[in-house]
Design a protein around this ligand. Structure first.
Ligand code: ADP
Length: 316
C-alpha cells in the first residue's frame, strides 16, 4: 500500500487546566502538546503501523521539533514537513467552558502553518502515495486547496482513493460561494466521506438523513461513515447499513476523537478489513482518545485497541 497522506496545519496546543471563559486572567496552563487535526490524523495512521505522511510546515523552534519528534516516533514520514527559519510553529491556546464549549486563541495564519508549499519533498511523497485524506479544517490555509487537489489528482490517476472529513460549520459556509464550490469539488472526488453532526446535511444540501445519504451515494461516494460522538457511529454503503455503539468512557478531552476515529477507519478499510470491524476499531480509537488530555496523546496501536475493546463495554 502506498502511504496515506494529507496536507495541513501542525500546531502545538496549550490548554487551561481550569474551566471557565477565555484568557482574560492569569490561569494555570498545561502543554505544549503536539496538535493540528491533519497531524493527529497522520500520527494515528502511523501508530497503526501503516505508512503515513503529511505535507506541512513548522518553525525552526522547539514547538516544531516537538511535533516532528512525535510524528517520527510513531512512524510517520516527516520528509514533506518544511522547516522555516523565519516563522514560528503555529499554536492554539484552549480553554473549556462549563457547558463544554471552547474558547481559542489561535496563531495559525501568521505561523509556519500559514506558509505550507508543495516543496520537492512534498512532490516526492505525493508520487508514492496511495490515499489522500482531505480535512476541511485545513482550508483556512492559503494555497492548501491547490496542494490537496493536485495530490488527489495524482493519486486518483494511479487508482488510489480519497477520504474527506468536512469539519465544516454552517456559519462558515453562509454567503461563501467559494466555500460551497470547493466543498462540491471535493465531494466529486471523494470515495469515503466522514461527516459528523450537521455536516451530512450540509454536504448533501438535504436535511433528511436518509435522503442525504441516498443522494451522496448516488453521486459516486462509495462509503459514508457518520460520527455521532458518545452515540457511536454508523457506516452506510449502497444497500447496507452498519451501526456501532460507542464505548462507555469518561470524557476528559474530546479534541482529536474525530481525527483518530477517521484515521483508524481509513486504515482498516485500506487494509481490507470489513466495514463492521473497521467501525469497531474506529469507535475504540475515538473513545480511547477522549480519555486522555492532549489532542495527540490518545493515539492507539492495534494492540492497544484490542486491549481497550477487551476491557471496555460498548453500550449495546
Ligand atoms: P468529531 O470530533 O469529528 O466531531 P466525534 O466527536 O463524533 O467526531 O467523535 C468521533 C468518534 O469518537 C465517535 O463516533 C465515537 O466513536 C468516538 N467518541 C467521541 N466522543 C466519545 C465519547 N464521549 N465516548 C465514547 N466515544 C466517543
Amino acid at each position: 500500500l502506498g502511504p496515506t497522506i494529507t496536507a495541513g496545519e501542525i500546531l502545538v496546543e496549550i490548554m487551561s487546566t481550569s474551566i471557565g471563559a477565555g484568557f482574560l486572567e492569569p490561569q494555570p496552563l498545561i502543554g505544549p502538546f503536539p496538535s493540528g487535526a491533519p497531524a493527529i490524523f497522520i500520527d494515528q495512521v502511523a501508530k497503526l503501523g501503516s505508512p503515513a505522511g503529511i505535507i506541512s510546515a513548522v518553525g525552526d523552534d522547539d514547538f516544531g521539533r516537538l511535533n516532528i519528534e512525535r510524528l517520527k516516533r510513531d512512524g510517520a514520514d516527516v520528509s514533506a514537513i518544511e522547516i522555516l527559519s523565519d516563522m514560528p510553529t503555529g499554536s492554539a491556546f484552549v480553554r473549556y467552558r462549563e457547558d463544554g464549549n471552547r474558547d481559542f486563541v489561535f496563531n495559525i495564519a501568521k505561523s509556519a502553518s500559514g506558509m505550507i508549499r508543495m516543496t520537492d519533498g512534498a512532490r516526492e511523497l505525493v508520487e508514492r502515495a496511495g490515499h489522500v485524506h482531505v480535512m476541511g479544517s485545513a482550508f483556512a490555509i492559503p494555497g492548501i486547496a491547490e496542494i490537496l487537489m493536485e495530490s488527489v489528482a495524482a493519486v486518483k490517476s494511479r487508482g488510489g482513493s480519497v477520504s474527506f472529513d468536512p469539519n465544516i460549520r454552517k456559519e462558515l459556509l453562509t454567503g461563501q460561494a467559494d466555500a460551497r464550490k470547493r466543498l462540491d469539488q471535493i465531494l466529486g472526488v471523494t470515495d469515503l466521506l466522514l461527516p459528523s453532526g450537521e455536516e451530512l446535511a450540509i454536504a448533501a444540501g438535504l436535511d433528511d438523513e436518509d435522503a442525504a445519504v441516498a443522494s451522496l451515494l448516488a453521486s459516486g461516494i462509495s462509503e459514508i461513515v457518520l460520527k455521532r460522538g458518545a452515540q457511536g457511529s454508523s457506516c452506510l454503503v449502497s444497500g447496507k447499513r452498519f451501526d456501532c455503539p460507542a464505548f462507555i468512557v469518561e470524557e476528559v478531552d474530546p479534541t482529536g476523537a474525530g481525527d483518530c476515529f477517521g484515521a483508524t477507519y481509513v486504515t482498516c478499510r485500506r487494509q481490507g478489513r470489513p466495514h463492521d470491524e473497521a467501525l469497531r476499531y474506529a469507535n475504540a480509537a475515538g473513545a480511547r482518545t477522549v480519555t486522555r488530555r492532549g489532542p495527540m496523546e490518545g493515539v492507539s496501536s492495534f494492540a492497544e485497541l484490542d486491549e481497550f475493546i477487551q476491557a471496555n463495554r460498548s453500550d449495546i
